[in-house]
Design a protein around this ligand. Structure first.
Ligand SMILES: NC(=O)c1ccc[n+]([C@@H]2O[C@H](COP(=O)([O-])OP(=O)(O)OC[C@H]3O[C@@H](n4cnc5c(N)ncnc54)[C@H](OP(=O)(O)O)[C@@H]3O)[C@@H](O)[C@H]2O)c1
Length: 268
């Protein structure tokens, strides 16, 4: 399917790994010029070089922490400087935080809110004037199924996911008449570094029978238990949905949170 976005310009945050990297690849493969953003310069550069291998690729990157106050303006300014405008924004940077209210700290709350929600609000605010100017724009916000099905094992992440879904809906209504479509993806378990680093340690604490298993085996077991389709998702599963939502083929879906979880309503 031709997505009808060749020549468009995108920013993808959290684009150096996992889901963000797969989304950036899908967009570049569809002729979109992409500015990749993430903190770690080495991994970011590796992702940029890998994408440059694709035919006709136009890619740039900016090493930046999206939770800092100046990040949104700096990222959008960079996209305008390098590519000339901005049509597509994918707010994907972040991670999960395993824990309940009583087992998480003030710092956990502040850090997670900064990277997941505050940065998203700032990125949208910085990007939308450029989209309005041209009467076309697409925004995709990375949320989780926890925004729809809260789970006390991931309280902060799921409170923030609900807020992301709400922000997405309100913003979609605010800019619908400007040709800008805003959607979220309610992601289920997707096997990435995020899972290995932030979820597997929490799973191991309650499942002593997994002691001898590798992280990959733990993810496979938990995914088979919790996910009706019987497997963890792949970054490419999510990238295909994001690319459609960002595309010219999507003209009528806005304000929605697409559940992409293999039918699951929980992670663990
Ligand atoms: N995987 C899942 O099962 C799952 C489920 C639900 C929701 N999600 C959401 O999907 C998104 C992508 O997750 P993933 O699984 O692909 O994670 P991942 O593989 O760990 O990749 C995360 C990306 O975000 C970047 N990042 C993290 N913090 C950042 C910050 N403060 N500023 C800029 N970039 C930052 C990372 O690079 P640096 O560390 O170098 O900055 C990396 O590029 C996240 O928002 C996550 O919450 C994932």
């Amino acid at each position: 399917m031709d997505l009808g976005i060749s020549g468009r310009i995108a920013v993808v945050t959290g684009a150096s790994a996992g889901i963000g990297r797969a989304i950036a690849r899908e967009l570049v493969a569809n002729g979109v010029s992409v500015l990749l953003a993430a903190r770690g310069a080495d991994r970011l550069q590796q992702a940029e070089f890998a994408l440059r291998e694709l035919p006709g690729a136009k890619v740039a990157s900016i090493a930046i922490d999206v939770s800092t106050p100046e990040a949104a303006t700096r990222i959008v300014d960079e996209a305008i400087k390098v590519f000339g405008s901005l049509d597509i924004l994918v707010n994907n940077a972040g991670r999960a935080h395993a824990g309940g209210l009583l087992t998480s700290s003030e710092e956990d709350w502040q850090e997670m809110t900064g990277v997941k929600l505050t940065s998203m609000r700032r990125m949208c605010k910085a990007a939308i004037p450029h989209m309005k100017e041209q009467g076309w724009g697409r925004i995709v916000n990375m949320s989780s199924i926890g925004g729809i099905y809260p789970n006390p094992k991931l309280l902060i992440s799921h409170v923030l996911s609900a807020a992301i879904n709400n922000l997405t809906k309100s913003l979609a209504l605010e800019v619908a008449a400007d040709g800008i479509l805003v959607n979220a993806i309610g992601v289920g378990a997707v096997a990435t570094d995020n899972w290995a680093n932030n979820m597997v340690p929490a799973v191991r604490k309650t499942r002593p029978e997994f002691a001898e298993l590798s992280d990959e085996e733990v993810v496979a077991k938990i995914s088979a238990e919790c996910t009706p389709v019987g497997r963890a998702g792949t970054p490419e599963d999510i990238a295909a949905i994001a690319a459609f939502l960002c595309s010219g083929r999507n003209g009528f879906v806005t304000g929605d949170t697409i559940e992409a979880s293999g039918g699951a309503d929980r992670f663990m």
